[in-house]
Design a protein around this ligand. Structure first.
Ligand code: FES
Length: 180
């Protein structure tokens, strides 16, 4: 019971942190939230339906955070080097075998969109914001129990059983993504 309360507390703190970062408009979050607020009549409606994101200002190597269905969402533009590295990773080395192509859209291989929720027990991984720990594989690191995800959001080390979840999404233009 105490563990559950503790994990809930960690998730709540991480969620509040994400919300606070969004409110402060740090980095690329500015790209996301104004458009989201224009599109949705209310936060509750937005949380239960879809999120529209303008990815045009996201730089290679940058991840911006958004909220989708009340949970953190990471929108990352991979660098050319990260695309090569992710593409060359032997599938046999992966606990949850998915190629980069499996996790991105045709023609948009540089855009990786995942839930920002560790698949172990639901903490928010680090590595999305400047200064956060990226972990051993250059992607995301979950500080709760030490799961390491690579730049394609695939689990590489630690207790998490599966890759970061890629939600349903589609490019409605070259620069606009609709998630959900
Ligand atoms: Fe992420 Fe346990 S919740 S490693």
């Amino acid at each position: 019971m105490a563990d559950t309360e503790s994990e809930d507390g960690v998730r709540r703190r991480d969620f509040i942190h994400i919300a606070a970062v969004g409110t402060a408009g740090v980095g690329g979050v500015f790209v996301v939230l104004p458009l989201v607020s224009q599109m949705a009549p209310s936060a509750d409606v937005l949380a239960e339906s879809s999120t529209e994101i303008d990815v045009s200002a996201i730089e290679p190597g940058q991840t911006v955070k958004a909220i989708f269905r009340k949970q953190p969402l990471f929108v990352r533009r991979l660098t050319p080097e990260e695309i090569v590295e992710a593409g060359e990773t032997p599938i046999a080395d992966l606990r949850d075998p998915e190629t980069l192509d499996d996790r991105t859209k045709e023609g948009h291989r540089d855009m990786l969109i995942t839930m920002g929720v560790c698949t172990h027990l639901g903490c928010v991984p680090q590595g999305a914001a400047e200064g956060e720990v990226k972990g051993e594989y250059g992607g995301y690191f979950c500080p709760c129990h030490g799961s390491h995800y690579d730049t394609a959001g695939r689990i590489r080390k630690g207790p998490a059983p599966t890759n970061l979840v890629v939600p349903e999404y589609a490019f409605t233009s070259d620069t606009i993504v609709t998630v959900g």
